[in-house]
Design a protein around this ligand. Sequence first.
Ligand SMILES: Cc1cc2nc3c(=O)[nH]c(=O)nc-3n(C[C@H](O)[C@H](O)[C@H](O)COP(=O)(O)OP(=O)(O)OC[C@H]3O[C@@H](n4cnc5c(N)ncnc54)[C@H](O)[C@@H]3O)c2cc1C
Length: 294
Amino acid sequence: MNDWDRLFAEDCAGIAHEAPFSFPSRCSIGCGGSARAAFFPENLAELLLLVDVFRREEVKFSVLGNMTNVLPPDGMYDGALLFTDGLKSIGFGKTVFAMAGVRAKALLDACVRRGRTGAEFLAGIPCSVGGAAFMNAGAGGRYFSDIAESVLVYREGRIRVLAREECGYAYKKSVFMAENTVILGASLLLDRAAGETVERKRAEYLAARRNLPSGRSMGCIFKNPPEAPAGKLIEGAGLKGLRVGGAVISEKHANFIINEGGATSADVRALVNLIKNAVFAQYGVELEEEIRYL
Ligand SMILES: Cc1cc2nc3c(=O)[nH]c(=O)nc-3n(C[C@H](O)[C@H](O)[C@H](O)COP(=O)(O)OP(=O)(O)OC[C@H]3O[C@@H](n4cnc5c(N)ncnc54)[C@H](O)[C@@H]3O)c2cc1C
């Protein structure tokens, strides 16, 4: 795309955007350079318009939620980012419909108010519904796929409802990882319950997370292989506390890399590769990243 000015002035006129867009303040690990532009559609119509324009103009783009599982490049991302923050309505009916930009906390606040249980395991995960549907986020043995009745997507120029069975869900995996689909929202199967019960369960899930490291991170870097939790393997390989630049393997939980200040994405990638090599050398186990590279 050479004619970004025309894109802003004509096709996407009036839609909130920042150009260029700096990554470190927005992504949870606080690394990276910048993107050509980031757009913040306020509603579904704006989001769909942007996707259509980007596809027509062959602009590279990436849809992002809260950027808590994405490592951006250090240089320039030569494309557009499309943040779902503006899509934040929640509807309560037979199922609970939440748009892609709804944060887990907002969803759970609404569930407490309206008396719906089942999503409490999302407490403390800093995700959007779109990000959770894409990543099949989970905690305490429960996953997004356990509560998803269907996912609303924009694919090949059409809005479609995909039943859970069509979403290819498995451990930290979805069909969306392999194809170019924009997630618009999800219908969740949540039972009725007293608000106090929902609040109590949410507090239990939050309490179970209190020993997780604080600081800027992307949560767990690697998926847990069948052999053992990734954190145990990394710890067993003696890697806790290992540092590359400003990026450090957490002393509290070895599957977390913390940006202690000034880390570049290259520092994080170098640490990721060091971990993979060391764990393979010691245990013959190939760790696979959970995080996504932009
Ligand atoms: C402190 C911390 C703790 C964490 N704890 C957990 C945990 O307990 N369990 C867990 O599973 N994860 C955890 N995570 C990781 C992360 O929060 C989850 O993976 C979450 O689902 C990502 O949501 P997000 O909105 O931030 O998505 P992003 O990071 O913005 O995006 C993640 C991926 O989803 C895609 N995506 C996002 N929205 C859309 C959309 N609308 N349409 C199409 N594609 C989309 C993006 O392109 C990207 O590839 C943690 C992260 C942090 C920083």
